[in-house]
Design a protein around this ligand. Structure first.
Ligand code: GDP
Ligand code: IMO
Ligand code: MG
Length: 431
């Protein structure tokens, strides 16, 4: 038993929120450590669907502390919408806390993300256009605003005097976009301060350090996935934060020993939204079938997700860079009507036949790589009501066992449907 991080182990949308919601039952604190409202997290409880973007998926339990931590970027307007919708829905938000060190996405970040991604852009990443990259760029460039700045008039004025002239020059001269006056930005900041006010937790780090010492159970919720990590993903076709397990440490401000387990969430196949390499992608009827049965459309942007066979090469890599101690395998039920299921076990270089069993981090060569598949017989029956491992059909067990063998990490959780109860827990890291 120990504090656990839930990490997306592919290109996002693996079903992290479902797994976080499930594990949150046994946690005291749930911390969202990176990313912003680019995330779209779905939780289904008693047939009711909840969609989160920034608010931790543990919020549906009344007695948990749910923190949007320092490693995140927050667009206040989006957060307000999410908060308002949850309140209208009757969700109790008394456990929600916002870290004063979280970065703020300002309207110009959204403007720049939008124009960098429009039709005329040379390298399109296919971002969610939520201003994520420009916000993190300014944070790293020390040109950003943090939540705490909103409550200190002097600091805010000084920072805006520093930020705005340069930002306006860039907006106007580089992008041909509208400038922002200091007056309008100050007015916006006042509005933002009111959105955050009920939730800002000034001495959170003190409370967290006590919680760690008292062995309170902490669940760290990742957004996006390892292959979208700014350092470890398919750069530049990535997001601008660190979804890997290590991101939980830097984004939450805990020591490395505060995290014991890392559960990598993986679909029984792979999806990707936006541009970038995807070696096991299926641009055919099989890919369409996965997309249709798996309802693979983005929660945040509504875009159709690209689909492909399970890629054990990236799964092995994700296990390595995130130190996975367990796997939560989701959406195996999507294959209920598949006579055969393929798994990509290696890549072959079309130029010289070289075989890669380990993920080549040089993305520039990915265009030359093709998948090497092994084929498994499908189970051809409905597994959505299976409550135990033993109830699973033999071919499903064989498929899961082979994935474990290829990745070298045990499966701890098997998800066979979107509902909370459609889950087989083999090993709960928190209990
Ligand atoms: P996240 O971003 O990783 O939290 O995942 P998303 O919410 O973007 O996408 C996962 C989708 O799959 C959601 O619609 C979930 O309700 C759904 N889902 C999660 N687990 C399962 C499963 O085991 N089977 C099926 N059929 N759907 C699932
Ligand atoms: P969750 O948490 C899937 C993708 C975008 C784009 C790239 C960069 O729901 O798994 P960004 O807006 O972050 O600058 O876009 O990252 N992307 C996601 N894909 N799931 C997500 O979040 C994503 N968040 C960003 O599609 O390719
Ligand atoms: Mg998602």
């Amino acid at each position: 038993m120990g504090n656990t991080v839930v990490v997306g182990a592919q290109w996002g949308d693996e079903g992290k929120a479902k797994i976080t919601d499930l594990l949150a039952m046994d946690a005291d604190i749930i911390i969202r450590y990176q990313g912003g409202c680019n995330a779209g997290h779905t939780v289904v409880v008693e047939g009711k669907t909840y969609k989160f973007h920034l608010i931790p998926s543990g919020i549906l339990y009344k007695d948990k502390i749910c923190v949007i931590s320092a490693g995140t970027v927050i667009y206040p307007t989006s957060l307000k919408k999410e908060i308002d919708e949850l309140i209208a829905d009757g969700t109790n938000l008394s456990g929600l806390k916002i870290h004063p060190l979280a970065s703020i996405t300002m309207p110009w970040h959204i403007d720049i993300d939008g124009i960098s991604e429009d039709k005329t852009a040379k390298t399109k990443i296919g971002t969610t256009k939520k201003g994520i990259g420009p916000t993190y760029a300014d944070k790293i460039g020390r040109y950003g605003l943090k939540v705490e700045d909103l409550y200190d008039e002097e600091a805010l004025n000084t920072k805006l005097d520093n930020i705005l002239p340069l930002k306006n020059k860039i907006l106007k001269e580089v992008y041909g976009l509208n400038e922002y006056s200091k007056e309008e930005v100050l007015k916006l900041c006042k509005e933002y301060a009111e959105i955050f006010r009920p939730y800002v937790f000034w001495n959170w780090q003190e409370v967290l350090s006590k919680a760690v010492k008292e062995n309170k159970k902490i669940l760290f919720e990742g957004a996006q996935g390892v292959m979208l990590d700014i350092d470890w993903g398919t750069y530049p076709f990535v997001t601008s934060s660190n979804p890997i397990a290590g991101g939980a440490v830097t984004g939450s401000g805990v020591g490395i020993n505060a995290v014991k387990d890392a559960i990598g969430v993986m679909k029984a196949y792979v999806t990707r939204v936006g541009e970038g390499p995807f070696i096991s992608e299926l641009e055919n009827e099989t890919g369409k079938k996965i997309q249709t049965i798996g309802a693979e459309f983005g929660v945040t942007t509504g875009r159709a997700r690209r689909c492909g066979w399970f890629d054990a090469v990236i799964a092995k890599y994700a296990a390595l860079v995130s130190g996975l101690t367990g796997i939560a395998l989701t959406k195996a039920d999507v294959f209920d009507t598949f006579e055969e299921i393929k798994v990509c076990v290696a890549y072959k270089d079309k130029r010289d036949g070289a075989i890669y069993e380990y993920y080549p981090t040089n993305v520039n060569i990915h265009k030359y790589l093709e998948p090497v598949y092994e084929t498994h017989a499908g189970w051809m029956e409905d597994i959505t009501n299976c409550k135990t491992y033993d109830e699973l059909p033999e071919n499903a067990k064989k498929y899961l066992a082979r994935l474990e063998e290829l990745i070298g990490v045990k499966i701890s959780i098997i998800s066979v449907g979107p509902n909370r109860e459609q889950t087989i827990i083999l090993k709960n890291p928190l209990v």
